[in-house]
Design a binder for this molecule. Structure first.
Ligand SMILES: [Zn+2]
Length: 682
């Protein structure tokens, strides 16, 4: 790179003279400039150009355009294949041998309603299929323009007949390995009108594509990650509900209450394990902690309540609990760090002191036992998913502890004459999702040993957080400058290609670039839950199923002892006490059904029920209006071709037009234009 800079300088005709057309820039040099241009926009490039040396803007854009992974709405084999090759490079770079387990994770985010012309596709994107009463979203919807003579009619017709989308859905390849990035493979606009069958069909389709193009390079697709959307959960549960003892199933056979399973098959040497889906643990953590503030959660004799946390903060010194006002008051509903801090062992210790009357001038508060037990359960859940010190057997123990304690407390409420599952317990979604995700963790631990015991088990990446990271990377808080946080579906379809290209640059052995640590925002501080004196666990130290069963029984035993302390154990013999997994399905239907807000506002309202609610869907659909104020949409309405991509005849740039170029360059055209070429048409 430095050699190229010096060489270019020497080729100049005098220090201030014209740059030479004979300069040949190396590939990695061109890529460095291409990345700088993406990070900082054309202005950054001009600045370097004025003070140092750069290739022409055109050369740089060509380099980017050559490498860029081009997206179109929907699932396409060429994009799957592109990512497959990229993962092969990444595995080689990091020295990762053998199959890596991966999930396909998916989520939606709300975007401004906008239809946009995409120059590269010569199409209008931002619609999701023909509008109408029975509309269900069409993923690959794009209105081809082709002929400029009829363009106006086509656009007018699209507006009259097509459904405008208000959401962006993405599907992300999520390798369960700490070193491999999670990259988007499908993106499309949607109005959120789809049901569980639509999801199932999409999963069949994308599974075939992933197994043909990604699995041969990366490893095994073990399941789907999501965030509580009922349509997805319905399919996930269907896949995992067969009993572990059924033929072709995998589970801890001799572990009492091990009710979910994965699918396992062997063809020759080819071992295949799948149907290990996941529900995002960060969301579940936030839900578990928000429910004690908003609902009555009976935990044995007493109620687990947020007001006890407020008392801890008011009575005990900060050095004892370490809780900020923001963490306790839940000022940010998207925050996952606060909820995790609130259930840390030091907070449990504070509660124990207050419960037992060990704080001077304060009477004992026996009811705090319920909150303390609840927080211990949530802390176990955090360690299971995100711990650094917990071994694999520890994690199986934590999973069993959470599952058994939830089941016993549910059965206790159901068995009581004075309590109802609807009014005195947590919402059915949270209960089901937490238990489901605990099973998922144990099954992943079991699957890793069978599929590739040399690799560590990686649980913290599971779920849909990778989708959120990709959404925010597009939103301008990550690596790409130029996109507003409220990007449109059309912007995203271009921008996702940029994000993936940066990952290609990081991995390509032909011209490797180093991006430093991406400094993942560690929103959950797991060090509050584990002892700093313990060594980090070796997540590749696999144990036999017998040892996992023993760990399972230990966790169950701890939960049962705690439940007894909480006063759950019935005076006379009761089957529910010995087999609290019985009647679970029936009880779940009796529980309270939470709405979108109570689920953290992270699930779209149409995703609350697995059954397609046509009325709700229509309401939601009709509410999507074009966003006239969005810069990318405005740029489309009054677009110009000033930033058109022409190789400059001489090496000159329109320096005089700085102000104008910035408006076009860094806001509208960069964000909305097809293939970086500026938005046209419209
Ligand atoms: Zn739609």
């Amino acid at each position: 790179f430095v050699k190229d800079l010096v060489h270019s300088y020497r080729l100049r005709d005098g220090a201030k003279g014209a740059r030479s057309a004979n300069m040949r820039w190396g590939k990695s040099s061109k890529r460095i400039f291409a990345v700088l241009r993406k990070y900082g926009g054309p202005r950054t490039l001009r600045f370097i150009r004025e003070n140092l040396e750069t290739p022409s803007d055109w050369t740089i854009k060509q380099e980017w355009a050559r490498d860029k992974m081009h997206f179109k709405p929907g699932a396409h084999a060429d994009i799957f294949a592109h990512l497959g090759r990229l993962y092969a490079l990444l595995k080689e770079k990091h020295g990762i041998d053998g199959p890596v387990m991966y999930e396909l994770s998916e989520d939606e985010t709300t975007v401004p309603g906008a239809s946009q012309y995409n120059q590269r596709l010569d199409s209008i994107v931002g619609f999701c299929g023909k509008a109408g009463e029975n509309h269900q979203c069409k993923q690959n919807c794009s209105i081809l323009i082709q002929d400029s003579e009829t363009a106006y009619e086509k656009i007018a017709d699209a507006w009259a007949t097509q459904q405008l989308a208000g959401h962006l859905r993405i599907m992300v390849v999520n390798p369960l390995h700490p070193k491999l990035p999670s990259l988007t493979v499908v993106a499309h606009a949607t109005c959120n009108c789809f049901d569980a069958v639509w999801i199932r069909n999409d999963w069949d389709n994308t599974k075939a594509l992933a197994e043909a193009h990604i699995s041969p390079h990366l490893g095994q697709l073990i399941g789907r990650g999501s965030d509580g959307d009922a349509r997805r959960f319905k399919n996930q549960l269907e896949d995992m509900q067969p009993h572990p003892k059924a033929p072709g199933r995998l589970g801890l056979l001799d572990a009492p209450g091990f009710t979910l399973s994965a699918r396992i098959s062997e063809e020759g040497d080819n071992l295949k394990i799948d149907c290990i889906h996941s529900q995002d643990w960060r969301h579940n953590l936030a839900k578990l902690m928000s429910h004690i503030a908003k609902r009555v959660i009976t935990f044995g004799r007493y109620v687990a309540t947020h007001s006890h946390l407020l008392q801890v903060r008011n009575v005990m010194p900060y050095s004892d609990h370490g809780l900020s006002a923001d963490a306790v008051d839940r000022t940010d509903s998207m925050d996952k760090g606060g909820p995790a801090d609130c259930c840390a062992p030091r907070v449990q210790d504070c509660l124990e002191k207050m419960q037992k009357g060990q704080v001077e001038g304060k009477p004992a508060e026996p009811t705090m036992l319920a909150t303390r037990a609840y927080l211990r359960m949530v802390s176990s859940y955090v360690i299971l998913n995100a711990g650094i010190k917990a071994t694999l057997t520890d994690r199986v123990k934590h999973a069993a502890f959470v599952i058994e304690l939830l089941r016993l407390s549910r059965s206790y409420v159901a068995d009581s004459n004075d309590l109802s599952l609807k009014d005195n317990f947590m919402p059915r979604q949270t209960y089901s999702h937490v238990i489901f995700s605990c099973f998922s963790c144990v099954l992943k631990i079991m699957a890793q040993r069978r599929l590739n015991p040399n690799l560590p088990v990686c649980l913290y990446k599971s779920g849909s957080n990778c989708c959120e990271e990709n959404f925010s990377e597009l939103g301008g808080f990550g690596r790409i400058a130029g996109f507003k946080r409220n990007y449109t579906a059309g912007d995203a379809i271009e921008g996702i290609g940029d994000v993936n290209t940066l990952n290609l640059y990081a991995a390509d052995p032909a011209a490797p670039l180093s991006f430093g640590s991406r400094n993942h925002r560690q929103d959950v501080d797991v060090s509050r839950h584990e002892s700093s004196l313990d060594a980090d666990a070796n997540m590749a130290d696999h144990k036999s199923d017998e040892e996992y069963v023993a760990a399972w029984n230990t966790g169950r035993g701890e939960a049962r002892a705690l439940a007894e302390e909480l006063g759950m154990k019935p005076a006379r013999n009761a089957t529910w006490w010995d087999t609290p997994w019985k009647d679970e399905d029936k009880h779940v239907t009796q529980m309270y059904a939470a709405d979108g807000d109570e689920l953290g506002g992270e699930v779209n309202s149409q995703g609350i029920n697995a059954d397609f609610d046509k009325e709700a869907a229509t309401r939601e659909r009709d509410a999507i209006q074009p966003d006239q104020e969005h810069p990318a949409v405005r740029a489309n309405l009054a677009s110009s071709d000033t930033d058109a991509e022409q190789p400059p005849a001489a090496d000159t740039e329109a320096d005089g037009a700085d102000g104008e170029a910035e408006v076009d360059g860094t806001t509208a055209a960069e964000a909305g234009g097809g293939g970086g070429g500026g938005g046209g048409g419209g």
